[in-house]
Write a new protein. Sequence first.
Length: 244
Amino acid sequence: MPFDTPAILEQLDRVEVQRRRRKADPDLGLRVQGVKHYQQLRFAHTYADLLASARYRGAARYFLDELYGPQDFTERDTQLARVVPATVRLFPAEIVDVVGSVVSLHALSEELDSALAQQLPGAEIDAPRYLSAWQGTGQSAQRERQIALTLEVASALDALVHKPFLRHSLRLMRGPARAAGLGDLQQFLERGFDTFCSMRGADEFVALIGRRERLLAATLFEAGSVAQQQAAFALLPSQTPTGA
């Protein structure tokens, strides 16, 4: 979908709502951090082969660091909210749409992380606790939307690679972007572009992510019997590292 200034700001407002909830409830904030650490481990567990692949490790690492990481994106989001009008005005529409998709995924993921955290007794998470929280949260339609947005971001970045004029435009934007306070966003976009360009085609990468994420979601939602639970645990890392 095409994104304009109000649409992007609406997604950033959704993120800010979750930050305010966690600030008002520090215990919830700690549990959310536990969720984020565990889900980063889960991504590394699910895509260990891609992270070890010469062809795909860059894209897998990009998603792990930029979309699944536990780091605090408050400063980045605050800067982006301040310069959204400049972003929409200065960058080509195709690039603005990538930014919009990333922010939409960010907003939905923050909401789902809070929902999961509310189902947990504490910040320490293992596979049984994660499975129980996942099933307690439900929201299968929202999980499917999260997967669809992830694939949308990957496909959009790959599409940019096949439009050399956009890459040229992006390079030309470095000076104006820095002057407008968009330097971090510029680097994020260029890293994504370079990563997908070096992959030499993302169709297999995108299809694999779709299959594995949907298999994970279906397996976790359907795990009722002991055998089904064991199948679910096989798709999850055992626990968060000590001190996470």
